[in-house]
Design a protein around this ligand. Structure first.
Ligand SMILES: [Zn+2]
Length: 321
């Protein structure tokens, strides 16, 4: 039986920390990520939270297999570095996290992209368990993706393979994205872009959405149900953008199943049927139908994925030694 793992899901809004044994969370805590102020200022808080969780479980660092971080951005999982990350946690590429982990806990350290970690969680323990060809699409602050092809988690020479689905161009005449490209999926439909998209709409002042200090997709879907014209327009436009992204992902990675996750999937009952319908009409899959499903663990898949990763990499390292 493998030892427990410390897993950290470094979201742009919340940081989730858990102690897990395989896919069982023994204890966990969430804290605000305050990502605009960088990661360095968060590390002492993370260290304290981990030590509190260990104490709660009456565990010491010696009982732990390793610590794994699921991070947004492009991650070199071999050198254990954050290579590139947009505005959130802007100082992270300059931080030696492995050294921080050694100093704080003296246990093995691992890091992987957060969408890859979520995919691993769903693939090993959740909705995609019975498949060797899986794509995950995450709709939230940004749009994330990851792919497993023929049983291998796709990483690529520069660690970008599979994870840039949110930066597929769906409108080359579109607006600028955080990544430097134009007309990316997440520049057309994601939470970070939603309020500026709404404000550019000519009917915005007369929409109930204008009464909210900061609108989110939950409000867009609710008000669209009530017939608010701007909400209907933005909802339909966003559904088309996400379906286009899903079709691009299917054409790129040839999955048997597409798992949808992320905060916006709180409105999944509207999103899944639309995407499923558009894919059935438009994707080129003469072999049959791709399964389109919502995730089993929208909140904790990245923690499960890191738990799996730490255990399997530790095993591999021990075999090499
Ligand atoms: Zn982009």
């Amino acid at each position: 039986m493998s030892k427990p793992v410390i897993a950290i899901d470094m979201g742009g809004t919340m940081i989730k920390i858990g102690i897990l044994k395989e896919n069982t969370i023994l204890s966990s805590i969430s804290m605000s990520s305050d990502s605009g102020n960088g990661l360095r200022q968060r590390l002492p808080h993370i260290e304290k939270a981990v030590k509190d969780l260990l104490a709660q479980q009456q565990l010491s660092c010696k009982d732990i297999a390793g610590l794994g971080i699921a991070s947004p951005g492009i991650i070199d999982s071999n050198r254990k570095k954050i290579i590139s990350i947009d505005k959130k946690f802007g100082d992270a590429p300059d931080i030696d996290l492995e050294e921080w982990c050694r100093h704080a806990f003296d246990i093995p350290f691992f890091i992987e992209n957060d969408a890859r970690a979520s995919l691993l969680g769903e693939w090993k323990y959740g909705r995609a368990k019975d498949f060797d060809n899986v794509v995950l699409m995450s709709l939230g602050t940004g749009v994330g993706s990851a792919a497993v092809i023929e049983g291998h988690l796709l990483k690529g020479r520069h660690f970008t393979a599979g994870i840039l689905g949110g930066h597929f161009v769906i409108n080359y005449k579109g607006t600028a994205c955080n990544c430097g490209n134009i007309g990316c999926v997440e520049a057309e439909a994601s939470t970070w872009k939603l309020n500026s998209i709404l404000k550019e709409n000519s009917g915005y002042i007369d929409s109930k959405l204008a009464l909210l200090s900061s609108a989110d997709y939950k409000a867009v879907f609710q008000l669209a149900q009530e017939g608010d014209a701007v909400a209907v327009e933005i909802r339909d436009q966003s559904l088309h953008a996400w379906a286009a992204c899903a079709i691009n992902l299917i054409h790129a990675y040839d999955p048997e199943i597409l798992v949808l996750t992320g905060g916006i999937m709180g409105s999944g009952s509207y999103i899944i049927p639309h995407i499923r319908d558009q894919i059935e009409k438009q994707a080129w899959t003469p072999w049959g139908k791709v399964k389109i499903e919502s995730a089993d663990f929208p909140e904790s898949a990245a923690l499960y994925g890191m738990s799996h990763l730490v255990n399997s990499l530790n095993k591999k390292n021990n075999e090499i030694e």
